[in-house]
Ligand binder design. Structure first.
Ligand code: ADP
Ligand code: MG
Length: 392
């Protein structure tokens, strides 16, 4: 089914790329995964519940120390390298994609890591997480860099602290007002498990998903419709949630439950009400999904996935025709459940399908896209995989 990735990188190939570029072996290679969100969309920045898992697709970071204070980075995904200095680290000076890398160093300093007396590094990045497809290549790059520097500079930071550093990099250096679901999944993922995140309680618990035991596979359908978090509707949705919480007299939408919906209907304008309703009901669906998957197994979560999609399509209004078609086609093809995943306005949909049927369902989605005149989607299977770690 994989039709587009030609050279799949690895820790070894990233170390070799480093040597080609810098003329020496790296001190080590670290990697961090992308993620798929099983359920819980736009709940993270509302202090709510999310249930993503880390996937096998990863970003590798090969790092070697330098004697001066410079930071240089090459990425296999980008034509030009980038450079910064430990003496002049400021988000204003970061250009394009390098903000994801240097932003992590800046965020470390913001959160109390002293850069005084430290020497710089050379960095080589390689990745097989598709960029901007809703699988969080941004968290993969941030977390790979963060975990690498934590070891390279012997900082001894906890994974929880690394989550906050990577989130600050994305919010403060890149300028995308996201929550920390992606970074949490990337740093805390475990093979075969989802990560049930309670943002308010600051907990991230592994929950076995049993996809393989129940002969299920999770299909990702990348619509190739690209979102732009920093400038797009994401910020507008976030603002609606803040406005809704303020009008309802609570600090965050997490303080509201389904019992508050009648009062919300009376208090809020129609659009804000539907935004708030999505968040309230989505939190409830996440909690239910984590319960049901443990009690009754993953075949029992299908309806919750479908309800989540309807809520995003009709109430939160972050779907698009390509995502809706992907979900509808997968369900027609007998998927146990399907929904768009990620921030919305494009990106990917997921479908939970019988093992062995992924190819067929994927082909049906491709045919439906062709018939509608949409760009051909990229369809592939993902498995819940390990979080960020050192490879070499
Ligand atoms: P997503 O996280 O869904 O993939 P984002 O827009 O949040 O989408 O992040 C994508 C951006 O992250 C890219 O446009 C690029 O700037 C940066 N990025 C991600 N991975 C890499 C990489 N391997 N090399 C260079 N930049 C990367
Ligand atoms: Mg992202």
């Amino acid at each position: 089914m994989e039709r587009t990735v030609i050279d799949i990188p690895s820790a070894e190939s990233t170390a070799d790329d480093f040597e080609d570029r810098y003329g020496r072996r790296p001190d080590g290679v670290w990697s961090a995964p992308g993620r798929v969100n099983l359920i819980g969309e736009h709940t993270d920045y509302n202090d709510g519940l999310v249930f993503p898992f880390a996937i096998e697709r990863r970003t590798w970071a090969a790092v070697g120390h330098r004697e001066d204070r410079l930071l240089t980075v090459h990425s296999g995904a980008m034509p030009e390298p980038a450079q910064a200095s430990l003496d002049a680290l400021s988000p204003d000076g970061f250009d394009g994609w390098s903000a994801y890398v240097f932003g992590v160093v800046w965020a470390m300093e913001q959160r109390g890591v002293s850069l005084e007396g430290r020497t710089g590094f050379d960095l080589m990045l390689a990745s097989d997480v598709p960029l901007g497809a809703g699988l969080s290549s941004s968290a993969a790059i941030e977390c790979a860099v963060a975990i690498a520097l934590n070891d390279e500079w012997e900082l001894g930071l906890t994974r929880r602290e690394l989550i906050y550093i990577c989130q600050l990099a994305e919010n403060g250096a890149v300028g995308a007002p996201t929550g920390n679901m992606d970074q949490t999944a990337s740093l805390m993922g475990e093979p075969g498990h989802g990560v049930l995140i309670d943002v308010r309680a600051e907990t991230a618990d592994p929950v076995p998903l049993h996809f393989a035991d129940e002969e299920l596979e999770l299909l990702v359908i990348d619509t190739r419709v690209h979102h732009e978090h920093a400038t797009g509707g994401y910020g507008a949705r976030r603002k609606s949630c803040e406005d809704g919480a303020a009008a309802m007299g609570v600090d965050s939408l997490r303080d509201l439950g389904e019992a508050d919906l009648p009062r919300a209907l009376e208090t809020l304008d129609d659009e804000t009400y539907r935004r708030v309703k999505h968040v309230i009901t989505e939190n409830a669906r996440v909690a239910r999904t984590a319960e049901v998957v443990q009690q009754d197994g993953p075949r029992a979560i299908g309806d919750l996935l479908v309800q989540s999609h309807a809520s995003m399509r009709d109430d939160f209004e972050i779907s698009c025709p390509e995502l809706d078609l992907a979900v509808e086609t997968a369900l027609t093809q007998g998927a146990v459940g399907a929904r768009m995943t990620g921030g919305g306005f494009g990106g990917a949909a997921i479908a939970l399908v019988d093992a062995g049927r992924a190819e067929e369902v994927g082909a049906a989605v491709e045919a439906a896209f062709a018939e509608s005149g949409f760009t051909a989607p990229i369809v592939f299977v993902v498995n819940p995989a390990a979080g960020a770690h050192r490879d070499l």
